[in-house]
Design a binder for this molecule. Structure first.
Ligand code: PGA
Ligand code: ZN
Length: 395
């Protein structure tokens, strides 16, 4: 495929911050992609290039300048070949020269454009690239926001409702449960990810509320993203005014997992606490998924280290943590080679781009984290899964 044009511009994300959107064209086909942005970012993530004023002018300039000059008018045999060129062009380990956000906007648009030129749905093209079996991910719906996403009104960052099954059956369950929780909580604000942001006096209360909620729904359970790097200061984890050692926190997770229908815990400890992750996985790993996010940052090398240490048994995959679709697929393949699960994830600052739904379905992810149902940009991802279900049934 010969690329004709490469054009980047600025669009606003759900927090009203600037992010990058890129359109590629080849012959009669055009494809556009925009990239999300995190807030509780891991320090080992690829570099999101931002200017001092918070805008993405330099990243856009890199796409419209150097990247355009390298791609426009060139022939590519595959999206993987194009991604490899992007990585080589940047030339740094953390994508800090051109920006992971600049590269990913081009990489996702290219994935779309190639799928279009091959006349296959995006999820199918991704499955082919990854060598994976497509399937409907569990819906990991953010129902209560805490931590950095809600001014730490709740210590843990995300309390999730997980619904299993075909999306056309799971999404109505999630909608009903989300509405019912809203009635139960009353007039509370919304957090960054479109879930409720209530306040509770005890650590147990949110789990009690959710355990009661899921009882009434089929195939529903609870998940937690502790985002514990955000709670870690001076060697201790701080929750509701009390400081916990890693061992005390592990004991707390153990009792939560025994008392409530918990399916997974993401980032239970700080991003470099490999040993604590490994100890928790040894004790709770049979019972639930211990997911790495800030720990592994979608980086195949960090996932390898986690595998060597038996630190976790599932990996959160966020393409913007690494910067190209090709490397996100490599992260998935590395995870599967260890016999672990993949949960695909959006970011807390999102756009209307639904790539992550195609990615989750295409790689046969265990779950898709796409936020709460109180924000359109989140709902679009779940609705894209509905369309994919129909596309898959028709193919
Ligand atoms: P972020 O949060 O997008 O703000 O990093 C999401 C997460 O921690 O999973
Ligand atoms: Zn997380």
């Amino acid at each position: 495929m010969r690329l004709d044009t490469v054009i980047a511009r600025s669009v606003a994300d759900t927090r009203g911050r600037a992010t990058i959107e890129t359109t590629l064209s080849a012959g009669a086909g055009t494809a556009t992609a925009s990239v999300p942005s995190g807030k509780s970012t891991g320090s080992h993530e690829a570099c999101e290039l931002r200017d001092a004023d918070g805008s993405v002018g330099r990243a856009i300039g890199n796409v419209n300048g150097e990247i355009r000059a390298a791609l426009q008018g060139c022939d590519f045999a595959s999206a993987d070949e194009l991604d490899a060129l992007l990585v080589a062009l940047d030339g740094t380990a953390d994508k800090s020269r051109l920006g992971a956000n600049a590269l990913l906007s081009v990489s996702i648009a290219a994935a779309r454009l190639f799928a279009l030129s091959e006349d296959v749905p995006l999820w199918k093209a991704l499955a082919k690239r990854a060598g994976t079996l497509p399937s409907a991910p569990r819906l990991y719906v953010n129902v209560m926001n805490g931590g950095a996403h809600a001014d730490f009104k709740l210590p843990f960052q995300e309390y999730l409702l997980v619904v299993e099954g075909k999306t056309s059956e799971a999404l109505p369950v999630a909608r009903e449960a989300f509405a019912k929780l809203g009635e139960r909580l009353g007039n509370v604000p919304m957090g960054d990810e479109g879930g409720y942001a209530p306040t509770f006096a005890t650590l147990a209360e949110p789990f009690e509320v959710l355990a009661e909620l899921v009882q009434g729904f089929p195939h529903a359970s609870i998940a937690l993203d502790a985002a514990a790097s955000e709670l870690y200061h001076d060697g201790r984890y701080h929750l509701l005014g009390k400081a916990y050692s890693a061992d005390e926190l592990a004991t707390l997770y153990g009792s939560i997992a025994t008392q409530y229908p918990l399916l997974s815990i993401e980032d239970p400890f700080a991003e470099d606490a490999l040993g604590d992750f490994a100890r928790l996985t040894a004790t709770l790993g049979e019972k639930l998924l211990i997911i790495g996010d800030d720990l592994t940052v979608t980086n195949p090398a960090r996932i390898h280290t986690a595998i060597e240490q038996k630190a976790i048994n599932a990996v959160l995959v966020k393409p913007n943590q690494i910067g190209t679709v090709r490397e996100a697929i490599l992260a998935v393949q590395t995870t599967y080679a260890a016999g672990w699960q993949v949960v695909a994830s959006h970011r807390s600052g999102e756009t209307a781009d639904t790539f992550i739904a195609d990615f989750a379905y295409g790689v046969g992810a265990y779950g898709l984290k796409a936020g709460g149902l109180g924000q359109k940009e989140r709902v679009l991802k779940y609705e894209r899964l509905l369309t994919i279900e129909k596309e898959d049934a028709a193919s």
